[in-house]
Design a protein around this ligand. Structure first.
Ligand code: 5GP
Ligand code: ZN
Length: 116
């Protein structure tokens, strides 16, 4: 499958991995918008939130718990979780992913979110 994030999961493309288990992978974003910018993905190839099925309910709960675990390990004081959905929602990579953003917000990123 020609999917960048599936290639990262399969270690065909390198990434700075933060967390991995049988269902999820987390790695640093290549172009960080905030001082800490991590992407958390399910290993199952799901295109976007719009493509979720009812049986993915538990997986999505797990995704958020991975974010909480990473935030705890990194002792983050606060953070934001963001999922872009579809091109209109700013999604560029067609493999469902959650952004974990922490640190001083990048103004351009803030404006981009507000303007889109
Ligand atoms: P989206 O806009 O689809 O929600 O977010 C995709 C994110 O993937 C962007 O923040 C972008 O910087 C990141 N990204 C794109 N290509 C790569 C890559 O090859 N490696 C890593 N680590 N991140 C990537
Ligand atoms: Zn994929």
């Amino acid at each position: 499958m020609d999917c960048l994030f599936c290639k990262i999961i399969n270690k065909e493309v390198p990434a700075d991995i933060v967390y991995e288990d049988s269902k999820f992978l987390a790695f640093y974003d290549i172009n960080p918008k905030t001082p800490i910018h991590i992407l958390i993905i399910p290993k199952k190839h799901i295109l976007s939130v719009d493509h979720l099925k009812i049986e993915d309910k538990e997986l999505m709960g797990g995704l958020i718990l991975v974010a909480k675990k990473i935030a705890g390990e990194k002792k983050l004081k606060g953070y934001r979780l963001l999922i872009n959905v579809g091109r209109g929602g700013g999604q560029i990579i067609d493999h469902l992913h959650m952004h974990l953003l922490a640190g001083k917000p990048n103004k351009d990123f803030e404006l981009r979110i507000l303007n889109e």
